[in-house]
Design a binder for this molecule. Structure first.
Ligand code: SF4
Length: 476
């Protein structure tokens, strides 16, 4: 008899009943004490055709994928395996962890390291892409393996794992780079490290004065919620402010065990977010995404990012169009709490970092007027002040220390008036057309725009302020 109070709860109850049935059928002789022990779960992961055939009715294509010699690693915790529909190969849980034959098919623009992470790593496993934060890859191991993994080039491979010496190189880089205020631990999965090593790494990071926050990205709460025990929470409490992002793609992954794990982390004072990947045939639906974000916020998990699937080897069949992502945000924004709407991002192929993408809500502009539309198609006009003075705040701004972003000031620098243009590499040489220096080219001052590239203070005083001061950083 159902105890569900909503249609969504009834669906989740059915999924859970099916999982319980699979557990009884396959692991009926395993007592709760063992089942709830994360070490037992890790040491009983499934990875062969024979083991998986006991849990689900494998299709020919799944058998082909599982038998491929060059495949990305397969390992599935018994707990997560119970969430797979034994009969339906389109099950969203099953699709994420069981390889298909088509997984090995090449596609246009496919890359081994599509985000150029290794090219942006000053030391092995330490990706420094943004001005003030780094991604610290601490292990190549995970509790289970996702077929679309962005880091399949190293993830799952024990021989590619990061050594203690490389951890020290990563920490040394952070120590000698004071602009880093935020460190994101990832991998692989940081929670797949032994508790002792994770504790040591966090202690060493916390001892660096300029590291303000530490974040962990982990799918362990989803694959292995048993790992989120009292000992784990006690360790995390020592290192606040510490944030954790989990990784749930479909509401079927939200179980009583995951809810308990999230409650424990939230009660330990850890702000929780979720990162999903938009996956064809799994969660590329407004209605699935709505149910997902609603279930997440009920667990005190803020939907943070929805990623466009990367151009990575093995992920070709999971990719959707970008327009599908925009359609999903269109179906979330305004239709549910703003708090439940993730930022949809394309992680730039080639290594440019995350680029937010969304429907266009600004329809038109004129001086003093912005025409906007809402989610219902209601079109309105925002009247802008014509006497707004953006320089009034400058005296307050002077009290705030500026954070240097050497070489990465970007478009914001143009808006501040510190720079006129951003030129692609080689721009000036191309446009010189190989010509000689001549009398019309000799004086570079003719291209120095008035009051651009000066200090903000000089600008604040306007064109009648002090004579041209030393350029802040110049027009680079
Ligand atoms: S948990 Fe993360 S790192 Fe591990 S296989 Fe899945 S996506 Fe890759």
């Amino acid at each position: 008899m159902t105890t569900a109070t909503t249609p969504a709860a009834a669906v989740m109850e059915q999924w859970w009943a099916q999982a319980q049935e699979t557990r009884r059928r396959v692991w009926g002789n395993v007592p709760d004490e063992k089942w709830n022990d994360w070490r037992w779960q890790l040491s009983h992961r499934l990875n062969t055709v024979d083991e998986l055939a006991e849990v689900i009715e494998l299709t020919d294509e799944e058998r082909e994928g599982l038998s491929a010699p060059e495949k990305f690693r397969v390992d599935i915790t018994p707990y997560f395996a119970t969430l797979m529909d034994p009969k339906d190969p389109r099950c969203p849980v099953r699709r994420q962890v069981i390889p298909l034959g088509r997984e090995l098919r090449a596609f246009t623009s496919m890359m081994e390291d599509s985000l150029a992470e290794d090219a942006h790593s000053p030391v092995p496993g330490l990706v420094h892409r943004y001005p003030d934060r780094v991604l610290m890859l601490v292990t190549t191991q995970c509790a289970s393996y996702c077929r679309y993994c962005t880091r399949s080039r190293i993830v799952g491979d024990p021989s590619a794992n990061f050594s203690r010496q490389e951890h020290q190189m990563q920490l040394d880089y952070i120590r000698r780079t004071p602009q880093i205020r935020d460190v994101l631990l990832s991998g692989g999965d940081p929670l797949a490290l032994t508790p002792k090593i994770l504790d040591q790494l966090l202690a060493e990071l916390r001892a660096i004065p300029h590291v303000e926050i530490v974040r962990i990205g982990s799918r362990v709460p989803v694959f292995l919620p048993q790992r989120i025990d009292d000992e784990f929470c006690a360790t995390m409490r020592k290192y606040h402010p510490l944030w954790i992002n989990i990784h749930v793609n479909h509401p079927k992954e939200i179980t009583p065990e995951l809810r308990t794990a999230c409650a424990r982390m939230a009660d330990a004072g850890i702000p929780l977010g979720n990162q999903s990947v938009l996956l064809a045939g799994i969660n590329d639906s407004v209605h699935i995404q709505r149910m997902l974000v609603h279930e997440l916020v009920k667990m005190r998990v803020r939907p943070y990012y929805l990623y466009q699937c990367d151009l990575v080897e093995g992920a070709g069949h999971f990719r959707t169009t970008v327009s599908k992502g925009i359609e999903i945000i269109e179906g979330l924004r305004g239709h549910t709490s703003g708090y439940a709407v993730p930022t949809y991002v394309v992680d730039a192929p080639g290594g440019g970092g995350k680029i937010p993408v969304m429907p266009n809500y600004v329809l038109s502009m004129a001086p003093g007027k912005v025409v906007l539309r809402n989610y219902e198609g209601f079109i309105t006009t925002y009247t802008e002040p014509l006497d707004y003075d953006p320089l009034e705040v400058k005296h307050l701004e002077k009290q705030i220390p500026r954070r240097p972003e050497p070489g990465q000031e970007g478009v914001s620098y143009l808006l501040e008036g510190r720079q006129l243009a951003i030129r692609p590499a080689g721009f000036d040489a191309v446009h010189a057309r190989g010509g000689e220096m001549h009398r019309l080219r000799a004086d570079a001052s003719k291209w120095q725009p008035f009051l651009v590239g000066e200090t903000v203070d000089a600008q604040a005083q306007g064109p009648n302020g002090p004579a041209i001061a030393a350029p802040a950083d110049g027009d680079r």
